[in-house]
Design a protein around this ligand. Structure first.
Ligand code: FES
Ligand code: FE2
Length: 425
């Protein structure tokens, strides 16, 4: 698949993807360096998870273990969870509150900004052992990330020159994020799963408008949405992020013909929907390159964060939230709708399985390419319907830009130099 050690991309409009990028270890390693440690903002978690000084959680940026915590002055910091001494994981808990972080191996101690503040036996004992006299404690802190927040979301970047977060998100994503964070949120629970698929298959799924009425037959049958929902897919100016939304499906008699019988839900509670945003949008998802989706499906709100383990597997962390001022009734409504999402959700398990099926078929096929034409080929631009794969092609275009891959005939993959016409090509 490699031409000059790069995968071959046979279509200038990114409508064909070499399947080997789903399995090749070299591609995976390059992704760590060029994407996850590159000029992107990685979603790390929610500010409401660490409300007080010393609160922390551990997470991953790509494959790199991270600590995110709040310092005494209220500022949020993120650093690599790898001891500067001999590389042990420093913080082993998922979350908690620490005054500082001490590595269990030789007890090097770091403050809440990742600076090294304590080293045992620094001068040895009884004139023996100890570190060299010129050991500079100020040069042995944990590797720090850039950190920025938008509303209640925390993002981090390994690249000190990354563009400002608001520019990275673009006005196309800022609007829907404002909707998601209409009011302060709080965590209702977490769901975590390992999926035997390449992370990009999942990201394709997040950007794929066409599959909702096809893969999710159960959801259509139960009346969550229709086969041809009304909505749209809005891309940011580079097509790297996408905002997908569909309107509420009016109840036109949800009973479904099935094996010749009229079937309807005995309990319609979990397809009940309250238009709490006043816009008649019942499903609203934002996929933000390269590792997160924010979603509201009916009245269920969550983030889905992708963490990488290898080319054939990733971990998905779903964080379910509600608004802090939810009354009991609204909280119960959100809880009922968990039936749609998460590892066992009627909808989400089908999305996970779609990635697994792709992975099972991805091996040993030489020069094989996927083919995307729904909603038209050529230009990559927002559409006023959802029966389109344009968001998937936008994802691949930005992916290729960061990876240094360039299909023949494609314009130079440097967004800063793209003309308006090139941006939509
Ligand atoms: S590896 Fe952390 S103190 Fe030695
Ligand atoms: Fe889906």
């Amino acid at each position: 698949m490699h031409d000059s050690d790069h995968p071959v991309w046979p279509a200038a409009d990114f409508s064909r993807v070499p399947r080997a990028v789903f399995t090749d270890r070299r591609v995976f390693d390059r992704e760590q360096e060029r994407i996850f440690q590159g000029p992107v903002w990685l979603f790390l978690g929610l500010a409401c998870e660490i409300p007080d000084p010393g609160d922390f959680f551990t997470t991953y940026g790509g494959t790199t273990p991270l600590v995110v915590n709040r310092a005494e002055d209220g500022s949020i910091h993120a650093f690599v969870n790898r001891c500067a001494h001999r590389g042990s994981l420093v913080v082993r808990e998922l979350r908690g509150n620490h005054r500082n972080h001490t590595c269990v191996y030789h007890r090097w101690c770091y403050d809440l900004e990742g600076n090294l503040i304590g080293v045992p036996y620094r001068r040895g004992a009884g004139d023996k052992g100890g570190l060299p006299a010129d050991f500079d404690i100020g040069r042995h802190g944990l590797c720090k990330l850039e950190v920025a927040t938008y509303k209640g979301a925390i993002f981090g970047s390994f690249d000190p020159d990354v563009e400002p977060l608001a520019d990275y998100l673009g006005e196309e994503l800022v609007g829907p994020l404002d909707r998601f964070f209409t009011k302060p949120v709080e965590v209702m629970g977490y769901m975590r799963q390992r999926i035997d698929a390449n992370w990009k298959a999942y990201f394709e799924n997040l950007n794929d408008g066409i599959h909702a009425g096809l893969l999710h037959q159960q959801a259509v049958m139960m009346g969550l949405w229709g086969n041809t929902p009304k909505g749209g897919i809005v891309l940011d100016k580079y097509g790297r992020h996408s905002h997908y939304f569909i309107e509420y499906l009016e109840d036109d008699g949800r009973a479904t013909e099935f094996f010749g019988k009229k079937l309807s839900l005995a309990d319609e509670a979990f397809i009940q929907w309250v238009d709490e945003w006043g816009d008649n949008i019942s499903t609203d998802t934002m996929s933000i390159f390269p590792n997160v989706m924010f979603a509201t499906v009916s009245n269920f709100l969550m983030t889905e964060q992708i963490r990488l383990t290898g080319p054939d597997e990733f971990e998905l962390l779903s964080t379910v939230v509600g608004y802090v001022d939810d009354d009991e009734e609204r909280r119960a409504l959100r809880q009922r709708q968990v039936a749609w999402l998460g590892p066992a959700g009627y909808v989400a398990l089908e999305d996970s399985e779609s990635g697994v099926l792709i992975q099972r078929a991805a091996r040993g096929q030489g020069k094989a390419y996927s083919s995307m034409g729904y909603g038209g080929t050529g230009s990559i631009d927002s559409v006023d319907h959802v029966l389109s794969e344009v968001g998937v092609r936008g994802f691949w275009r930005y992916y290729c830009y960061l990876m240094g891959y360039r299909p023949e005939g494609a314009p130079p993959l440097d967004p800063a130099t793209w003309t308006a016409a090139e941006r939509t090509r």
